[in-house]
Ligand binder design. Structure first.
Ligand SMILES: NC(=O)c1ccc[n+]([C@@H]2O[C@H](COP(=O)([O-])OP(=O)(O)OC[C@H]3O[C@@H](n4cnc5c(N)ncnc54)[C@H](OP(=O)(O)O)[C@@H]3O)[C@@H](O)[C@H]2O)c1
Length: 386
C-alpha cells in the first residue's frame, strides 16, 4: 500500500524539494494533502501536478482567490488554522511532513500526534518550543517523529544498529559556519540582508538562511537533538565544517565515531525520513571525495556569533526559556529581513528578552503560545513596529 503523505509548507524550500524527490516514486507515495500560507501560484502548480484530495491556504483572501481559479477543477481549498488541523488529522494520512517555518508548526504537529500520525519533521522550531510535549504525545498515541534536518538525519543514520542509546558518548553536530565565518564584530556590523542570504552550501528559506549566518540555526538544532535523541545537552557538541560533507557524527563509549556523509542536498534526508528504516535508490549526485579534496574543522566562534551560546543557555535553564529564545529570534530575524535591525542586533534582542523572562517549568501548550505572543508583542512594540 502506498504511503499517504500530507505536506505542510509545500511551497517552501523543503516542501518543493520533497515533492521533487517523491515524484520519482509514484508506486510508493501518494501526495494526499498540501498546505501553505499564501503562495497560491506555486500551490496551484502543485495541485495540477499531484491532484491532492485536500488543500489548505492559511491566508483567507488567498484561499478565496485560489478557490476561484480552481473552480473548473472542482477542488475545494480551505482556509485557516482549524482547516489545517483537520487536514493533518485526516484518517487518509499516514505521514505528515511538517515543513512550515517557525512556531506556526507546533499546534498542527501536536494535533497530528494526538491523531497517532507519524511525523517527518523539518520544522525544528516545533522541538525547540515544545519538544517535551511532542515526545509525550508520540509515546502516548504511538506516532513517530523522524527528523528531516540533515544533521539529525545523520545522527539517526549513525545510530542504526545501536541498541542502547547509553552507548552514545556524545553527538557532534556539524555547521558550515555560514556566509560570515571568520568575520569579527567590526565586519559583522557592516553586513547586509543580501550578504546574509548568500549561504555558501545550501539553498533554503530566508529565515533558516539568516539563522545559519548567526549560528542560531545550530543552537536550535542542539535543542532539537536533545529532544529527538534524549541526550543531556552537555553531550551535544558543535563543530564548524565548512564543506558540509559530514552532516554530523556520533561518538560511542568505546571511542568509535560514526559520521554520515553525502553531498549537501536536502532531498536525501527528506527521502530517508519518509522511507526510514529503509533506503530507496536515488539519482542524486554521488559524493566524490577526490573532488571535495579536504574536509576541515574549526571551533565555533562564540564571541562573534553569540546566538549558539544563547541557545545552550536557554536549554540549560529549561522551562519556557527556549520558547523565549525562539520567539525573540523569529522577531529579530523578521526585523533584520525588513531592514529595521542590524545583523549584530539579533543576539542583543534575544539576550534582552531572555534576561527579563520569568520561567514556567514544564509548560503546557497554552503557556508556550502565550509566552510566544507576549515576547513578539513586546519586541515589535519596542522596535516601533506595533
Ligand atoms: N530549507 C532547508 O534546506 C532546511 C533544512 C533543514 C531544516 N529546515 C527547516 O524546515 C522548516 C522550513 O524551512 P524552509 O527553508 O523550507 O522555509 P520556507 O522556504 O520559508 O518555507 C516555509 C513554508 O511554510 C509555509 N508557511 C509559513 N507559515 C505558515 C503557517 N503559519 N501555516 C502553514 N504554512 C506556513 C510557507 O508558505 P508560503 O510559501 O505560502 O508562505 C512555505 O510553504 C524550517 O523550520 C527550517 O528550519 C529547512
Amino acid at each position: 500500500m502506498k504511503k499517504r503523505i500530507a505536506i505542510i509548507g509545500s511551497t517552501g524550500s523543503i516542501g518543493t524539494q520533497a515533492l521533487d524527490i517523491l515524484s520519482n516514486y509514484p508506486d510508493y507515495f501518494e501526495i494526499k494533502s498540501l498546505a501553505a500560507y499564501q503562495n497560491i501560484d506555486a500551490l496551484e502548480e502543485q495541485i495540477m501536478m499531484f491532484s491532492p484530495a485536500k488543500v489548505v491556504v492559511i491566508n483567507e483572501d488567498r484561499a478565496r482567490e485560489l478557490n476561484t481559479r480552481l473552480l473548473p477543477q472542482n477542488i475545494e481549498v480551505r482556509s485557516g488554522k482549524d482547516a489545517l488541523i483537520d487536514l493533518v488529522t485526516d484518517n487518509d494520512i499516514d505521514v505528515v511532513l511538517m515543513a512550515v517555518v517557525g512556531i506556526a508548526g507546533l499546534e498542527p504537529t501536536l494535533a497530528a500526534l494526538r491523531a497517532g500520525k507519524n511525523i517527518a519533521l523539518a520544522n525544528k522550531e516545533v522541538m525547540v518550543t515544545g519538544g517535551h510535549i511532542v515526545n509525550r504525545l508520540a509515546k502516548q498515541y504511538g506516532g513517530s517523529v523522524i527528523p528531516v534536518d540533515s544533521e539529525h538525519s545523520a545522527i539517526l543514520q549513525a545510530i542504526q544498529g545501536c541498541k542502547d542509546l547509553s552507548e552514545i558518548n556524545k553527538i557532534i553536530l556539524t555547521a558550515s559556519g555560514g556566509p560570515f565565518r571568520g568575520y569579527d564584530y567590526h565586519r559583522l556590523k557592516e553586513v547586509t540582508v543580501e550578504n546574509a542570504l548568500k549561504h555558501p552550501n545550501w539553498e533554503m528559506g530566508h529565515k533558516i538562511t539568516v539563522d545559519s549566518a548567526t549560528l542560531m540555526n545550530k543552537g536550535l538544532e542542539v535543542i532539537e537533538a536533545k529532544w529527538l535523541f534524549n541526550l543531556d545537552i552537555d553531550r551535544i557538541k558543535v563543530l564548524i565544517h565548512p564543506q558540509s560533507i559530514i552532516h554530523s557524527m556520533v561518538e560511542f563509549i568505546d571511542g568509535s565515531v560514526m559520521a554520515q556523509m553525502g553531498v549537501p542536498d536536502m532531498r536525501l534526508p527528506i527521502l530517508y525520513a519518509l522511507t526510514y528504516p529503509n533506503r530507496f535508490k536515488t539519482n542524486l549526485k554521488s559524493l566524490d571525495l577526490l573532488e571535495v579534496g579536504s574536509l576541515t574543522f574549526e571551533e565555533p566562534d562564540n564571541d562573534s556569533f553569540p546566538c549558539l551560546s544563547l541557545a545552550y543557555q536557554a536549554m540549560k535553564t529549561g522551562g519556557t526559556m527556549p520558547v523565549v529564545l525562539n520567539a525573540a529570534n523569529e522577531v529579530a530575524v523578521d526585523l533584520f529581513l525588513k531592514r529595521r535591525l542590524a545583523f549584530i542586533d539579533i543576539p542583543i534582542i534575544i539576550e534582552k528578552a531572555m534576561n527579563s523572562h520569568n520561567i514556567i517549568d514544564d509548560p503546557k501548550i497554552e503557556d508556550i503560545l502565550a509566552i510566544d505572543q507576549e515576547i513578539r508583542n513586546s519586541i515589535y512594540k519596542k522596535e516601533g513596529v506595533l
